[in-house]
Ligand binder design. Structure first.
Ligand code: AGP
Length: 609
């Protein structure tokens, strides 16, 4: 989710690059950099932190630079902490490049290059591509051929913009899996990873396709794929900039709900081997002896992250056989803790800055090893934990967490498998991992229910109270569905374990109360939850059933709505069940005219206690 820009034409490139990076800062903002060709020399400037730090560094250069060809990058770190050394562009022997994506085989390529004497200066996967490009250029006819050759060595997702100081009026482009858009001007071309950066200069754009390689000069845009020149259609963009930042969606929340296919694919990259179905979490540096000695894992988090802790408990206990205890971070931090030195405190946090979660992590760290599942590289929690697993959800702008939550569940699932592998207790690894590989497709299918959920939201949006019920792995999802609804639509909503309903909450049920019931396919849970559904249905509840079971005929007589989801595995059901609940909350709030992305009283990251 980094932002990349490029310009080649007759104007000064630097102000255009900086403006473009400013338009893309929502895609990532932990460091930034630009490269220009000035008098036949590559000049690279990089700065950690927000784009303003780079602009400050370039204050003088903005008045002196005459270069009309350049590339730029604003980073969302996936490999290597935010720093000047890890910022893009990365250079090697007269070429440089910026990159958006993940190179899955970067470690093996790095070792190959180091054996050949290449000295690396960063921790990034991108630097590998820069050195590989410089190496290939020595044995190919043109930089474009070298780029093709370099790209053929890579596995993963990438969009590259490259400069070669020997070709001062050219930009070389390679694209697969992550977006690259070319803006067409008069005697100039603008390149960006997203439309907002182009709109101040042109609305005529070319969308590169996977496998495209391109060479741009002020007067020519050459595109080829598999060695064959491609004529790509020039389309007109009608969006304004704000709409473009949301990829055409009206709010960040709905955009981020639909981002989940891509970001969950990113969360799996380089961690799951598609052929051997092996899981590789060596990035956490957890050791087998540590894991084998682990008696209890104490999971801590807040809000949605706490719900992720509850799901992680089910997953780790059932897959890895390690006892887990879940606590609100705000409670854990005040407990009289008696942790065992071989315990693990596992903190889950999207922002990595939540004060209560940080405090709980630090308290736990006084007595045992700590692990963090986090979305922001360089965040405090990710730096303070002994081990960290990043979720790679990209920047989550909307206050209501959606893609961060489902990628937290994916991270927990991967961790459970890795823990079980290290303990030697993993059964049916191949089935467990194969299910994970089917997840992006299942999410894509589930998102196709958006119109159905929107209709249901219209039907129930005026109610002031809603119950959410679930058992087992669906209980935390009932809690999450309730939180989503209440935090953006201000409707009172509660999630309960379905088995709890008869111990009091059923007194709330009357013939006007909507009750969302999650019915997982797993027979025992399905049967018991169905009886709870009948209990509330017989008292007049207006039931919305969400299920991945085919047993519709047993559900239909008691409900007003049934939403059927794809099934891939019991352990992954919670992720799929989350999506209709995210959509339900979104459409209710949006139809009620509320500020979906910035709900009242809430902040994206609660850094106060
Ligand atoms: C979720 O929709 C909320 N925005 C909130 O509960 C959030 O999950 C909680 O504040 C924890 O934030 P964190 O994941 O950044 O630590």
């Amino acid at each position: 989710m980094c932002g990349i820009v490029g310009y080649v034409g007759t104007k000064k490139a630097l102000p255009i690059l900086l403006d473009g990076l400013g338009q893309l800062e929502y895609r990532g903002y932990d460091s930034a950099g630009v490269a220009l060709v000035e008098d036949g020399q590559l000049e690279i400037s990089r700065a950690p932190g927000r784009l303003s730090a780079l602009k400050k560094l370039l204050t003088e250069k903005l008045t002196t630079s005459t270069g009309t060809n350049g590339i730029g990058h604003t980073r969302w770190a996936t490999h290597g902490k935010p720093s000047e050394a890890n910022a893009h562009p990365h250079a090697s022997e007269g070429v440089c490049l910026v990159h958006n994506g993940i190179i899955e085989n970067h470690l093996e390529l790095r070792r190959e290059l180091e054996r050949e004497g290449v000295v690396f200066t960063s921790e990034t996967d991108t630097e590998v591509a820069a050195h590989l490009l410089a190496k290939e250029i020595k044995t190919t006819a043109t930089p474009l051929d070298a780029l093709k050759q370099m790209a053929s060595r890579l596995r993963g997702s990438y969009a590259f913009l490259a400069l070669d100081e020997r070709f001062p009026d050219r930009i070389f482009v390679a694209k697969t899996a992550t977006p690259i858009i070319i803006g067409v001007g008069e005697g100039e071309f603008f390149i960006a990873s997203d439309i907002p950066a182009l709109l101040p200069y042109t609305r005529s754009v070319i969308m590169l396709e996977d496998g495209d390689i391109a060479e741009l000069s002020p007067t020519r845009c050459y595109i080829e794929r598999d060695g064959v020149e491609q004529k790509r259609e020039v389309v007109q963009i009608t969006w304004d900039r704000t709409t473009a930042e949301k990829r055409g969606f009206p709010h960040y929340m709905i955009k981020e709900i639909f981002d989940q296919v891509e970001v969950i694919s990113d969360a799996l990259r380089e961690r799951v081997d598609m052929s051997s179905l092996e899981v590789d979490l060596s990035e956490t540096h957890l050791k087998e002896d540590q894991v084998k000695a682990t008696r209890t894992i104490h999971l801590v988090g807040c809000g949605t992250a706490w719900h992720a802790c509850l799901v992680a408990k089910y997953l780790i206990e059932s897959i890895a056989g390690i006892q887990c205890v879940v606590d609100h971070a705000s409670e854990f931090r005040y407990r009289s803790l008696t942790l065992h030195k071989d315990d693990i405190v596992l903190a889950i946090s999207q922002s990595g800055e939540t004060a209560d979660t940080l405090a709980a992590l630090l308290r736990g760290g006084e007595q045992c090893r700590t692990v963090a599942i986090c979305n922001v590289v360089g965040s405090t929690i990710s730096r303070k934990a002994d081990h960290v697993l990043f979720t790679r959800a990209g920047p989550e702008i909307s206050v209501a967490s959606t893609k961060a939550f489902t990628t937290q569940l994916v991270a927990a699932y991967l961790l459970a498998i890795a823990l079980a592998e290290m303990k030697g207790t993993l059964e049916q690894r191949r089935e467990a991992v194969r299910a994970l590989l089917n997840l992006p497709g299942a999410i894509d299918s589930t998102l196709k229910l958006n119109d159905v959920i929107e209709r249901i939201a219209e039907r129930y949006r005026t109610h002031r109270h809603v119950l959410f019920l679930g058992r087992g792995l669906c209980y935390p999802i009932a809690l999450e569905g309730a939180l989503k609804l209440k935090e953006i639509s201000y409707i009172h909503a509660e999630g309960y374990p379905a088995g709890e309903i008869k111990h009091g909450p059923i007194a709330l049920v009357d013939d006007n109360l909507p009750v969302v019931v999650l019915l997982p396919r797993q027979n025992e849970l399905f049967d018991k939850t169905l009886s709870n559904l009948r209990e509330v249905g017989s008292r007049g509840a207006r039931i919305i059933a969400i299920t991945d079971s085919e047993r519709h005929d047993e559900i239909a007589p008691y409900v007003e709505e049934v939403v059927t989801l794809p099934f891939i595995s019991h352990h992954l059901t919670p992720i799929l069940m989350s999506i209709p609940l995210q959509l339900f909350a979104y459409h209710v709030a949006q139809k009620n005219g509320l500020d979906v992305d910035l709900p009242r009283n809430l902040a994206k990251s609660v850094t106060v206690e």
